[in-house]
Design a protein around this ligand. Sequence first.
Ligand code: NAI
Length: 338
Amino acid sequence: MRISLYSSKPYEKPFLEAVNAAAGHELVHLDARLSAATASLAAGSPAVSIFVGDDASGAVLRTLHAGGTRMLALRSAGFNHVDLAEAERLGITVARVPAYSPYSVAEHAVGLMLTLNRKFHRAYARVREQNFALGGLMGFDMHGKTVGVIGTGTIGEVVCRILRGFGCRVLASDVVKKPAVEALGARYVSLAELYAASDIITLHCPLTPETRHLIGAAALAAMKPGVMLINTSRGAVVDTRALISSLKRGHVGSVGLDVYEEEGDLFFKDLSAEVIQDDVFVRLLTFPNVLITAHQGFFTREACEGIARTTIQNVSGFERAGLAGVPEANRVTMRLHA
Ligand code: NAI
């Protein structure tokens, strides 16, 4: 089957080509991001594959459908960038990669915590300048600190396990309580208690209408002064403007972000010679206590291999038997994800 892959980057191509060698699909790698302007590039492709920065809103899906596309293979777990209602109306099957090395994102989130805490990024630059002074680099023991984990699904559970290994007290919040997480010693509490008691808060819930701007002005004000906030889930779970106000007041102590509300126009591109027009993002970059990575939580060899394997399997399953050929856990439908 011909698959047009939007936002296809050189680093993922070898993984996709290797897995596809046995499946034999025709892979059309497109550097372009899927949008209303680029949707017609996929004309003639029954399957289209997209990544997190692509736009699969209603109008875009209608253009894809008019060009013959019947399947959308997401190379991601998150599906907030797809208009599922319109996909169903058009009869486009949507499949995702529900799990691929949860360790990649979990370890990245903990890496952000350790870097912000022990200031590795500043120490590295300092030592290269032959400045061996320690002023300003003091951190705290992770051992004994309270960490709030919001969303204890596949990734959140691994985060809980790693943090328990450090000797942290873990408070959790989720719409579903997982016995496996409680068995690790984490305790489910209300969001109010989690905000009030946590020294570090890390977000691992999906972006849904309920979680959009979950971390807004009220939530931030309810957190401990000096709290460290980590977001590796989706940018819009945090209200960035409210976060900036809190940082300016000195209430939030430090922030590690792997995702940003408006990242679609920025991330996965080299803009080093451009003038960035997003003033909110540029303001974030000015804080010494904010550390941003450009959506690289997923970016390990193991995760990229897993993403490629499941993506190709999803398309092969669809080619064989339509929606029924896609493993149930990988299907994204309104019914399953309401
Ligand atoms: P998952 O579906 O296994 O877990 C999500 C958890 O969030 C579930 O337990 C769910 O019940 C919970 N949840 C849903 N609504 C909630 C709410 N209102 N409050 C608290 N919890 C809520 O997903 P997984 O694989 O653990 O991924 C989590 C998120 O991480 C994804 O949705 C995606 O947005 C993000 N992600 C980021 C990546 C990166 O590279 N930075 C890569 C992969 C995923």
